[in-house]
Design a protein around this ligand. Structure first.
Ligand code: C2E
Ligand code: CA
Ligand code: CA
Length: 576
């Protein structure tokens, strides 16, 4: 303790030659002891370099971070050479040589050291050279800090940051205490920054952190974990309902702030709530992963709301994410895993095979056969439906041209997604492919589902009239689901209206529904359009639905979707 007192209490004017002579009496071994003593309390690295013994001593934790032979070593020149990022070594050497050649006493240099993983790490090394009365260098001592290190606290919001959260959580190894974690994220900071400027964005952040802080209970901790996200820790046994209530209070506080500002700025906040017991791995990274998922869900479900983590949803999310990856790989790998299935279509009157609908299948390496209901939305979200749709178009037209060798009027139906319409030149591609396989446009039916999106988009009406003019048959798919709109029938004038299975099935079991369906069917016929009934599963359904009467039939009872080879064997050779 004597030397610490001496260091702190003595007059420290040690600039240049004015340096107090007391420092040359401090032994290097005492400095090493002090460094060892202080190092657990300091993140930075304290060091002493003894010129006389050619000996270097640094805070012990530096040896775990940097490419050092240990925290105490001789042969300093050689070891520094290995430690310093090669490009920066000349700079350091020049500074050290200058110290030796002159009577300068301060060293202050930013350069890079190599980490134990041999990655360059920026450091700022500052030190004081202590000389004897003749100016001979005795030792240099000082401090090294990592310049690029994540800040522990955020001066804008006045809150602790992610690295402090990490440090705090690292004390828990077996389990987290009972309670919850609430991750909050501003819903539209980017927009505020863009519209009102970064300074205004900063003000919003600062006010948000104040609003949050005002709502907290004394035991709750608040961190700003990244740009526009905060994390509240309740390790005092808080219940999820209390977490939701806390979220509501914060949202209300923010609303008050917006009102005070006379609605100059509008923003909302979303929350992802995680019960501590739901963190199945006790680690910072797990906390970040699960709370990020919860917050993303809140945003996905419409923002300005709080979502509570649920293991089932998370498993579904993981499955979806991995499926997305597999679909992308399959598309990039010549569509390996994709398969086209074909379901026969029959004329209702003669029960004659008139064609087939191409239906996409995906065999996942991990999940086996996945239903289109699951993977088509993923393909649409990622726009992978564009290459995949192109692929099935070619598969189906090729098969159709093969089958036409035996059944010349065989027709093929292909489903189009609105994403293909909005984001690709699918019309031109269809007509080019029809040409490529030597088919007549009348052999091809394009099936489209009604959707509010399509109604208003001019690209949709352009495509529709383009295909119609070229002689392609157009079918309005899934009629009777969603918002069946008779304007579609009159405005678009499809050739065929496909009645969805749910509508057809209801009509079979309920007389009123059947009356309705008959009425629809009559109106469709009055418009000179044809009716196809989808999803006929039994003989009874077939009999009842034939009373409508439809022009075309499709359903498991008449034939299930199957691979091309099986389709040809089962339905074509039978016809031949
Ligand atoms: P969709 O176009 O309405 O296709 C008919 C669906 O009904 C098919 O489901 C078919 O297997 C099923 N189905 C046929 N008969 C019956 C029956 O008697 N009972 C029952 N319960 N179902 C029957 P799948 O193959 O699972 O396809 C589902 C949806 O995925 C399709 O509905 C379509 O919207 C979409 N889809 C499939 N392939 C493609 C494609 O290549 N491109 C696009 N854009 N969408 C596709
Ligand atoms: Ca269809
Ligand atoms: Ca359908």
């Amino acid at each position: 303790m004597y030397w610490i007192n001496k260091l702190i209490l003595e007059d420290c004017t040690y600039e240049g030659k004015m340096m107090s002579t007391n420092f040359d009496q401090i032994s290097v071994s005492s400095l090493c002891e002090i460094i060892e003593l202080l190092s657990p309390a300091i993140d930075d690295y304290l060091y002493v370099y003894d010129y006389l013994q050619d000996f270097y001593f640094i805070s012990p934790h530096a040896a775990q971070r940097f490419l050092l032979p240990g925290n105490a070593f001789h042969d300093v020149g050689k070891n520094l050479r290995k430690l310093v990022y090669p490009e920066d070594y000349p700079k350091l050497r020049a500074d050290l040589d200058d110290l030796a050649a002159t009577d300068r006493c301060t060293h202050n240099l930013m350069y890079r050291w190599l980490s134990v993983e041999e990655k360059p790490i920026w450091i700022n090394c500052r030190g004081t050279v202590v000389r004897d009365k003749t100016g001979k260098m005795l030792y240099m001592t000082g401090c090294i800090n990592e310049i690029g290190k994540v800040q522990k606290a955020d001066n804008l919001s006045g809150l602790l940051g992610a690295s402090s959260l990490k440090l705090y959580l690292s004390q828990f190894t077996e389990r987290f205490p009972d309670g919850y974690m609430l991750r909050l994220g501003l819903d539209n900071l980017k927009g505020i920054n863009a519209r009102l400027g970064i300074e205004y964005g900063d003000l919003v952040l600062q006010k948000t952190s104040e609003c949050i802080a005002e709502c907290l209970l004394p035991d709750q901790k608040l961190y700003r974990i990244m740009g526009d996200e905060f994390l509240i820790l309740d390790f005092a046994g808080g219940q999820p309902a209390e977490g939701k209530e806390l979220y509501r209070r914060i949202r209300e506080k923010i609303r008050e702030f917006i009102m005070q500002k006379n609605y100059e700025v509008m923003f909302t906040i979303s929350g992802g709530l995680l019960r501590c017991e739901d963190a199945d791995e006790i680690s910072y990274s797990q906390v970040m992963k699960l709370t990020e998922f919860a917050l993303d869900e809140a945003k996905r479900l419409g923002k300005n709301m709080c979502y509570m983590y649920c293991q089932d949803d998370y498993q579904k999310f993981l499955r979806r994410r991995s499926l997305m990856l597999q679909l992308r790989q399959a598309v990039n790998n010549q569509f390996q895993g994709f398969e086209a299935y074909y379901q026969p279509l029959f004329s209702a009157k003669e029960r004659r095979l008139i064609g087939a609908e191409a239906l996409m299948r995906f065999h996942s390496p991990d999940f086996g056969m996945v239903s289109p209901g699951e993977f088509i939305p993923i393909l649409e979200e990622t726009a992978l439906i564009i290459p995949a749709g192109r692929w099935i178009l070619h598969e189906a037209l090729r098969l159709c041209s093969e089958i036409q060798k035996y059944i010349p009027d065989f027709k093929i139906s292909i489903n189009l997604s609105h994403v293909q319409i909005l984001k690709s030149s699918i019309g031109r591609e269809i007509l080019a492919a029809v040409n490529e396989y030597g088919l007549s446009p009348t052999s091809v039916t394009i099936e489209l589902t009604e959707s509010g999106l399509l109604e208003t988009d001019t690209r949709f009406s352009l495509l529709w009239s383009h295909l119609k003019a070229a002689g392609i048959t157009l079918a309005l798919d899934d009629f009777g689901t969603g918002y069946s709109n008779f304007h579609y029938l009159t405005d678009l004038g499809p050739d065929i209206v496909k009645i969805d299975r749910t509508f057809a099935a209801k009509a079979v079991s309920n007389e009123f529904e059947f009356e309705m369906l008959s009425l629809f069917s009559k109106m469709i016929h009055d418009l000179n359009l044809k009716v196809c009934v989808e999803g006929v599963e039994t003989a009874a359904e077939l009999e009842k639905l034939c009373q409508l009467p439809p022009e075309y039939l499709q359903g498991f009872y008449l034939g299930r979707p199957c691979p091309a080879g099986q389709f040809v064997k089962q339905f074509i050779q039978m016809e031949m």
